[in-house]
Design a protein around this ligand. Sequence first.
Ligand code: COA
Length: 258
Amino acid sequence: MSKVTGLSAKDLLHYGLLLDPDVSRINELKFERPSFIGGHKLKSCTIGAFAYFNAAGMTSAYRCHIGRYAQIGESSILGPPEHPMDWFSSHPFAFTRPHFMPNMYQFEDFARLAPDAQDGASYADSMPMDTFIGHEAYIGVASFIKRGVRIGHGAVVGASSIVTKDVPDYAMVIGTPAKIIRMRFSDAVIERFMKLQWWLYDLAPHKHSVDFSKVEATLDYFDQTLADGKLDLLKPPTYSLSKSADGYAVETLAAPLY
Ligand SMILES: CC(C)(COP(=O)(O)OP(=O)(O)OC[C@H]1O[C@@H](n2cnc3c(N)ncnc32)[C@H](O)[C@@H]1OP(=O)(O)O)[C@@H](O)C(=O)NCCC(=O)NCCS
């Protein structure tokens, strides 16, 4: 595993990562190439190949594991931290630790009031930390996904939805709180999608053999191609990105995320 430091945002294009150097805020990220992040704020996320964020407005994602081909609408908030509702105070002074909020702890006024690092497990340690956005899930603009929720593979979240519960594979949800309006396909077709798991394979060599608007014919083609041993796994180069004093650092990971 090699690590390269001192990279600019433009250099990251070489690794298949598109981000906006003026706007995006990323602390650490594991990504498969290509990943289209644009000008968004990602905190400790993983992103599968071909996943993208709509570029117009700022989306924030916290500890989100975003599948391949996921489509994230602008101005969405994915997996933000929760504060305790039943403590003396829901303010971070009561429940955080220095490693969660270094920006606040750098102020003596805050550190004086807040728990010390040695105070044992914090509230945050007891909460679900990770949020999951499935392969080819489509998140409409201005959506909120509660921390710990799993958005299923192929699921759709309508614009401006507040999602507080898991969304099944290939379900379409809308509203506040989000409810299922329908499934994208029949049960039988969803079962075929889930069995095939096309996102694991390299579809590119087959693009002239299928019409993606024809769902069952395309499933037939890929089922047969897989049975014939002619559908290869997608093995995108995969990297870990972090910020360093002189720019970005990229480390090559040994295996794809999926
Ligand atoms: C959820 C969505 C995919 C559904 O599209 P659709 O299958 O064409 O559904 P329809 O427009 O036929 O709407 C079905 C019903 O849901 C309602 N509806 C649709 N989207 C809704 C939303 N986001 N919030 C609340 N209600 C919604 C419609 O008013 C309609 O209600 P009715 O049956 O009472 O008339 C679409 O409306 C949506 O929200 N798309 C997101 C677009 C987006 O964010 N793009 C960014 C691209 S990166």
